[in-house]
Design a protein around this ligand. Sequence first.
Ligand code: MG
Length: 418
Amino acid sequence: MTTRRSFLAGLGAAGGVLSLPGLARAIQETSSPYRRPKLKITDVRTAQVMAHGHQVHVRIYTDQGLIGQGEATDAAVGTPPLMQGPLKRLLVGQDPLNVDNLFERLRTQGIFAGAQAGQYVTALTGIEIALWDLAGKALGLPVYQLLGGKMRDKIRVYCDSQTEDPDDPQAKEKLGGIRDMGFTAVKIDVDERDDPNRWDAVNWTASNAEIDKMIRKIAFVREFFPKRVDLAVDMHGRYDMTTGKRVAKEAEAFKLLFLEEPVPPENVDAMRDIRESTSTPICCGENLYLRHGFRELLEKRAADIIMPDIQKCGGLLESRKIADMAHTYYVPFAPHCVVSPIGTMASAHVCAAVPNFLVLEWHWIQRLPLWKSFVKEGEIIEKGWITVSDRPGLGVEMNEEGARRAQIKGTPWFEPTA
Ligand code: MG
């Protein structure tokens, strides 16, 4: 009778190949052996820059000499004492490769200290991104690989133009510059604090003249670019619901990529009412935090598109989780992004890994020399696209000399603190 053992032995003898234990050994030898690096966190340090607002760069140091870097923004003012205080106290001595475990512990230890949103979550975000960079470097893998792998090699980027005024004699020249850079999507701002047509300095109910001006701006930029270039419009969450509905309605003819934050972010029902009133796609979420902040928005179908800010909403894996939640509602993911090439490349890794990615923001056209000199890799956007780095970690490295030109005076530059 032929047993399994004798079959394999026969196979080995007949073919000159190996027996089962030999085969297993051969497979093990040609595969990567399991060599999980043993690292311990030793320090957390920060640097602060003023670029598109206040940005905090954070570095996590280890006993093996490996360093991870991250970036936090928008709600980053005041985060260095959090990063170097309660967050560092928990991190020192820990294994940095348990990223999600550390994230959860840091977050839940702060439940009574504001860990639901704002500065606490933004501080945690910078740390989380630095941990992923560290994990990638330790394992020799790009971060997208650790987030589940790549859906796409290139990330489509839109340019926040900050040029929309038809009465600006240089507007066409500036828009021409954006067109020549090859962007396939552009965003403009239509909210105007100092519009002489405003009747009241506090109330944001737009007058007819204000709304007419907003529509003129949209028409002007829409007409400038060819149809294949998408146009998005931001209202910065300043207006009331009546204004939001009117602008969304009047903008319908322009087939916008999206209208962003027509009303403030706190009242999800108001956002839903606007969405239901118009065919203009409504996008929001840059002022929401964690998965928990997006749950109600998605459940109430209040947004056509979501735009978490990956450098403040919780970081790379948290953004992936938010994108996945949105995907179950068939809602695309178009992250807000105003950070340096370090944070932008970090965002690109998430955008590469999620199925429902739409487009990523870029907001540094007014500071191109700083943008191009911030990392050693130089310009990372080519014709409106970012090629996701295949190098270990985030894949970009700060060029200290270039970045330091934006250092906030009197703040430490990755110097150790007590
Ligand atoms: Mg915005």
